[in-house]
Design a protein around this ligand. Structure first.
Ligand SMILES: *[C@@H]1O[C@H](CO)[C@@H](O)[C@H](O)[C@H]1NC(C)=O
Ligand SMILES: *[C@@H]1O[C@H](CO)[C@@H](O)[C@H](O)[C@H]1NC(C)=O
Length: 374
């Protein structure tokens, strides 16, 4: 207990110290408008970073040794505020479960280029380590980006030069588009999405607007959860509706593609609280990423978080959610029912691909309206 507190305190002091140092650093470099040329890193700062990493290691490994050399540097008379704030988790608690990844992530040289490790960051985020600890290094950007970015969210192609391809197996958008049109990178192919009615499961956007209009409900703002390359937001933009898209890369440049289409990508996993305030959006759509693979508890939190951000009268759209037929009846149907929303649309159909047939899976497409008051 005492040791943990001591370590917490040490970590806090190290953080405060490095922050003061960086402030000092900032104030001393502000006068000169600078290109980010790597500056020599003072030894004591390196030392502090080292201590910080070591402390994170101690904390995360639950090191019990009472007489660590570092523990004795804590001062006896501590302001109560410091004690209070040292109780706050210095790093998101799930980060504790992955000390090796956190350690690797925090191994960098301050004030110079960051390691090329966006995949490491995503690996941590996907494991619930979110928000990630911040760093003071310069994230790499493509060396020759084009400035002629499209305003149209359905351009014939996206500029390859605006992506760092090092971490991806494909090295161009056309490679990704050719690989699998369902990945969402073949934009001419994406144009027809959300616009046609092929089965009961489809809800074409013009019909969505009709439904909202008939209910006197305006659609202005939305969140698309697990939205891939952002095609839903792209289509809604053409209707003057602002939709932000949560999307993970998972080995393909989804976030980059969303941004290059002039849309807002939110790099957040499904298990994270949406970074949106309560009751402010008109529409939440859950696409293909939201399905029976998500643990039921996580899905329950996801649905309640969607409820949190929706305004009264707003819509939750489960777009082709799939699960086993029996689970839809016994588990997911009742789970969705807990929200107490009005069922505007509730359509199910058998999932006819080989996996669907093997597992007795069904699709559900549901448009649900949040009651105005509880
Ligand atoms: C979107 O806004 C533009 C500019 O105000 C307007 O010309 C256009 O008709 C609007 N589109 C729709 C679908 O409402
Ligand atoms: C699967 O096949 C059945 C029977 O032909 C059909 O009614 C259903 O709509 C199909 N499911 C989908 C998702 O197309």
């Amino acid at each position: 207990m005492g040791v943990t507190m001591g370590l917490n305190l040490l970590l806090l002091m190290a953080m405060v110290a490095t922050n003061i140092l960086s402030l000092y650093h900032l104030s001393s470099t502000l006068q000169t408008p600078k290109p980010p040329t790597p500056q020599p890193v003072p030894d004591h700062l390196l030392h502090q970073l080292h201590t910080l990493r070591a402390t994170i290691n101690h904390l995360t490994r639950d090191h019990p040794s009472p007489s660590t050399a570092t523990a004795k540097t804590t001062k006896p008379d501590i302001p109560s505020d410091l004690l209070l704030y040292s109780q706050l988790s210095p790093i998101a608690s799930s980060c504790h479960n992955h000390p090796d990844l956190v350690h690797k992530y925090m191994t960098y040289t301050p004030f110079s280029l960051c390691p090329l490790d966006s995949d490491l960051a995503e690996a941590l985020i996907l494991r619930g380590c979110h928000p990630l600890p911040r760093r003071r290094c310069f994230t790499r950007t493509p060396p020759k980006p084009t400035s002629s970015l499209p305003l149209n969210p359905f351009p014939p192609s996206l500029p390859d030069s605006n992506v760092l391809w090092d971490k991806y197996s494909c090295k161009s958008f056309s490679c990704l588009g050719g690989k699998n049109p369902n990945l969402g990178f073949d934009l001419p192919h994406e144009v027809s999405n959300f616009m046609t009615y092929k089965s009961e499961l489809d809800l074409p956007i013009p019909q969505l607007f009709q439904i909202a209009k008939a209910a006197n409900s305006v659609l202005r703002l939305g969140v698309d959860i697990g939205g891939g390359t952002g095609t839903f937001a792209a289509r809604m933009k053409l209707y003057n509706v602002t939709v932000v898209t949560t999307t993970m890369n998972l080995g393909i440049p989804n976030n980059e593609a969303v941004a290059l289409r002039g849309l807002v990508p939110i790099h957040a996993p499904l298990q994270q609280r949406l970074p949106v305030f309560d009751g402010v959006v008109d529409l939440v759509r859950c696409g293909h990423a939201v399905n029976r693979w998500i643990p039921v508890t996580a899905l329950e939190f996801l649905l309640f978080d969607a409820d949190r951000v929706l305004r009264g009268g707003g819509y939750l759209w489960l777009d082709k959610f799939f699960s086993k037929g029996v689970d839809l009846e016994k588990v997911f149907g009742p789970l969705i029912g807990k929200l107490g929303y009005r069922k505007v649309k509730w359509a199910t159909a058998n999932k006819n691909d080989s996996g669907g047939i093997k597992n007795g899976e069904v699709y559900l497409s549901a448009l649900l309206q949040k009651p105005v008051s509880k």
